[in-house]
Design a protein around this ligand. Structure first.
Ligand SMILES: [Zn+2]
Length: 282
């Protein structure tokens, strides 16, 4: 199994992403969480175009570069995990926790630092949330996150098979978390403590800043609970809550070219203020 993951890293990751997208599309069609409106059709083309651009960057910078560093660490004996024969399970949990902590801290920085927020606002400016929002990120954000991930990978030295297993699981959960899919309250109530559920992440895309600046996890919600940034809305609130930002709400704001230029546009200072609120777990 481990040898298979190492030998087929590209195919396994591609299959996980495409397979989850297919599941999301079907799930959204059969059991959507929110009503699909006319703005959704207009958004899809621009979101998918930006996503395809990002897939090249996500793949080459984030995935392939991380795997290359993991290969290098294994060959040269660099990194913490190469010094101990921990076995697959311990290495996977250690790697997931380290990468998720890094992702959590980076995400908080993206909300806190003004120029980073301008870049990250491209993701939050979507006025609905569905599978097409997953990779609606500004390419600069993809580059910055990838650059921060590489030194951590070198310090940790995770086995290549572990990186592949982590990345395919994370990508699948992340796509489902952005999808407009319904999960029963009885399931969401406990699942949201294990992985980021669609409602958990939907809260993060609320246009109400007290919720935008919460629920930073994209795969594991653990650090939101540990650091007191986990929030929730009543189960019945999600179908009608307003998604997006207080600005960039016009249909034309979500055009592909506007999305690329968005970090360089002026927004009112009082609404461009980065994170000011941190919330207790709920
Ligand atoms: Zn965010």
């Amino acid at each position: 199994m481990l040898a298979y993951l190492e030998a087929n890293e590209n195919n396994v990751l591609f299959a996980a992403v495409v397979g989850t997208f297919i599941v999301s599309v079907l799930w959204e069609a059969v059991r959507p969480r929110r009503r699909v409106n006319e703005t959704s059709v207009a958004r899809w083309g621009h979101n998918i175009t930006l996503s395809l651009v990002n897939q090249v960057l996500v793949y080459w910078l984030s995935v392939a570069a991380t795997l290359a560093v993991a290969w290098w660490a294994a060959r040269t004996g660099t990194g913490l995990l190469t010094r101990f024969d921990t076995g697959f399970g311990v290495a996977l949990v250690t790697t997931a926790l380290a990468f998720e902590l890094l992702a959590y801290l980076l995400h908080r920085l993206l909300h806190r630092v003004r120029w980073l927020w301008r870049i990250h606002a491209v993701h939050h400016s979507d006025t609905e949330l569905d599978f097409t929002t997953t990779y609606r990120n500004h390419p600069l954000e993809v580059v910055l996150v990838a650059l921060a991930t590489l030194p951590v990978t070198a310090l940790l030295g995770p086995p290549v098979a572990v990186v592949v297993a982590y990345q395919m699981t994370r990508a699948s959960v992340n796509i489902l978390a952005h999808s407009n899919i319904y999960l029963p309250e009885s399931l969401d109530r406990w699942l949201r403590y294990l992985i980021v559920t669609p409602d958990f992440h939907r809260c993060h895309h609320s246009d109400d800043r007290q919720f935008t600046n919460s629920n930073y996890g994209a795969f594991l919600p653990l650090f939101d609970y540990l650091f007191g940034t986990a929030t929730r809305k009543p189960f019945a609130a999600y179908p009608t809550m307003s998604i997006g930002l207080e600005y960039f709400r016009e249909t034309r704001d979500s055009r592909f070219d506007k999305l690329l230029l968005m970090p360089f546009r002026r927004v009112p200072l009082e609404t461009a203020r980065p994170e000011t609120l941190v919330h207790s777990a709920g």
